[in-house]
Design a binder for this molecule. Sequence first.
Ligand code: GAR
Length: 195
Amino acid sequence: MLRLVVLISGGGSNLRALLERCDEPGFPAHVVAVGADREADGFSHADEFGVPSFLVPFRHFETREAWGDAMLEAIRVWTPDLVVLSGFMRLFPARVVDALAPALINTHPAYLPEFPGAHGVRDALAAGVTETGASVIVVDHGTDSGPILARERVPVLPGDTEAALHDRIKPVERRLLADVIVRLAEGRIDLEATS
Ligand code: GAR
């Protein structure tokens, strides 16, 4: 059974979907803690599922490095096998990535390497593409530039708003993330081999 720490910054709908999957009999992972860099609405999902949570507010620290070190310490308390960034909108300092990778993965609402960054859905719409996608990657020192573990295309429909397109991408992200976790648990993905 893989021990997951999930990090969020916002509403946590993908976190909630993962918590639901983890409750299904036979799912080979469970969320041992949920962490955030700010007061995130998604903590309510952790509470509802009886999962402990921790907050390491970015704004309480003088430097990104100091915040990252505190975050790393808070994560390590839970001895996770895998850390999942799920709507976590903050870049880790390099030394935190080095400490956790390759057991540090991120979901992204675009077909990477297309449209990396904080506004993957908005950027795809602005570019006028007819399809975008969802990806799950290993985190490296760049922005959404790490090895791709899974990705899938999602069509952009005429008249799509950012919210409508994002709502269509998220179920794909959730399925890809759960599939990656199952493949990891079953030894069908070797994270060490990706880095
Ligand atoms: C998800 O689409 C996730 O991939 C994205 O934020 C959303 C969080 O939604 N993350 C990024 O864009 C990171 N670059 P949620 O809070 O409803 O789960």
